[in-house]
Design a protein around this ligand. Structure first.
Ligand SMILES: NC(=O)c1ccc[n+]([C@@H]2O[C@H](COP(=O)([O-])OP(=O)(O)OC[C@H]3O[C@@H](n4cnc5c(N)ncnc54)[C@H](OP(=O)(O)O)[C@@H]3O)[C@@H](O)[C@H]2O)c1
Length: 304
């Protein structure tokens, strides 16, 4: 297959490397060629172009059999979300539809932040997606672009990806190591995670057997409370539990925060996906060992 990875970054590079290993020809798009060497080292052919500029897409060397849209807003606000996710998806689909041969599959990575549920309930793909934050509302909008195109025959599949962790990523883990973590309120807020290697695996499964017009929650087997997560890290790393946040800190953080158990049944039942790291326990055991072996595990001294 001839494959295009749009937004070839943290997930895109190992995804491309894996697809190259499987014998495919993989092209990776970023806004500039600054990181070309990293892509080339993984066997990916680097391309430069901005998804928010249709004229950049028009000159890409299509057609492609499979396309994966992994662009991210690079921590931007609503304006960046609109340009990258909503306009970017529209531009990509319009360009691909105009190719001599349209793709056989198009996978778009949305986010579990489209679920606003904050009561600890279980959510599946058919649960309401009515997020409060303007950025997550734009992710719902971008999903709609893909799903409406699918209704007209475009082979778009949406993956709702949970918080990605893995080598050099994992916001809460790094805060814990630096003594910057805090337990909010009763500590029962639920976190949903997935290891990068499994995001890669799920994308490949979706390329092969995802159904056009379908949404798949892309999350591991264990939604976990903040307290359970930190307790496991504390016991594993021999460090103290983080302190509780002050009421002010909790109130600030609580705005717009969700607490839900995102279910992955469809992913496993329909795509037959088997996790390399079914829960954060296996994933972080591997990551902690990797850091230790490389002499990179830095733990701040306990304050108490
Ligand atoms: N990280 C998470 O926890 C999480 C959770 C849920 C969903 N997701 C989604 O998962 C996907 C992959 O995430 P990731 O962590 O791999 O993202 P990432 O490391 O930020 O990679 C995104 C890539 O997109 C490129 N890019 C940014 N803007 C672009 C544009 N306008 N046109 C073309 N390329 C552009 C960036 O390169 P340049 O800056 O060099 O252009 C970068 O290589 C994203 O769609 C993200 O929204 C992530």
């Amino acid at each position: 297959m001839r494959i295009l990875i749009v937004g070839c970054g943290y997930v895109g590079v190992p995804l491309g490397a894996e697809l190259v290993k499987l014998g495919h020809e993989v092209h990776g798009l970023r806004r500039t060629l600054d990181g070309a060497a990293e892509l080339e080292a993984a066997g990916i052919k680097p391309l430069a172009g901005d998804v928010s500029r249709p004229e950049d897409l028009a000159v890409l060397p299509g057609p492609y059999d499979w396309v994966v849209n992994l662009v991210s807003s690079s921590k931007g606000g609503p304006e960046a979300y609109q340009q990258v996710y909503v306009d970017g998806s529209r531009n990509l689909i319009a360009w691909l539809r105009g190719q001599s041969a349209p793709p056989k599959k198009f996978v778009y990575t949305s986010s579990t932040s489209v679920y606003a549920q904050a009561d600890g309930s279980s959510v599946k793909e058919t649960s309401p997606t009515e997020p409060k934050s303007p950025t997550s509302q734009l992710l719902v909008e971008a999903e709609k672009v893909v799903l409406e195109a699918a209704q007209q025959g475009f082979p778009g599949v949406v993956l709702r990806v949970a918080g990605i962790y893995g080598p050099d990523r994992g916001h809460l883990f790094h805060k814990f190591c630096r003594n910057e973590a805090r337990i909010d309120g009763d500590g029962l807020r639920i976190i949903n995670m997935i290891h990068r290697a499994d995001v890669v695996g799920c994308i490949i499964s979706a390329l092969k057997s995802g159904r056009a017009g379908e949404v798949y929650n892309t999350v591991d087997d264990e939604p976990v409370t903040q307290t359970t997560f930190y307790r496991w890290l504390a016991e594993t790393l021999g460090k103290a539990m983080p302190p509780h946040a002050t009421e002010d800190e909790t109130a600030t953080r609580k705005r717009g925060e969700t607490s839900k158990k995102v279910q992955n049944r469809r992913l496993k039942a329909e795509l037959g996906y088997q996790f390399k790291f079914p829960t954060f326990r296996q994933g972080y055991t591997t990551e902690i060992k990797r850091l230790e072996d490389a002499g990179l595990l830095e733990l701040a001294k306990d304050e108490r």
